[in-house]
Design a protein. Structure first.
Length: 72
């Protein structure tokens, strides 16, 4: 896995939709589940949203805490 992916989910903002402007790491789980059921967008954004879905699904959000602290 590319180590920059975890950094990118913490510093990339959702570009559109209900949660536009919110960091991907802060998106609510039901929103990510909706994307899982209906299809993630193409490209890097879709990959990052899928990664965030997997992180939340497996309860791994604490892995992002040190990254969030460093980016502040």
């Amino acid at each position: 896995m590319d180590e920059t992916v975890l950094i990118d989910v913490c510093r990339t903002k959702m570009p559109y939709g209900r949660y536009a402007g919110r960091y991907l790491c802060d998106l609510p789980e039901p929103y990510l589940v909706w994307y899982k059921e209906h299809g993630f967008p193409q490209g890097r954004l879709g990959m990052l949203l899928n990664t965030m879905y997997e992180i939340k699904l497996n309860g791994l959000e604490p892995l992002l805490d040190p990254i969030k602290l460093c980016l502040k």
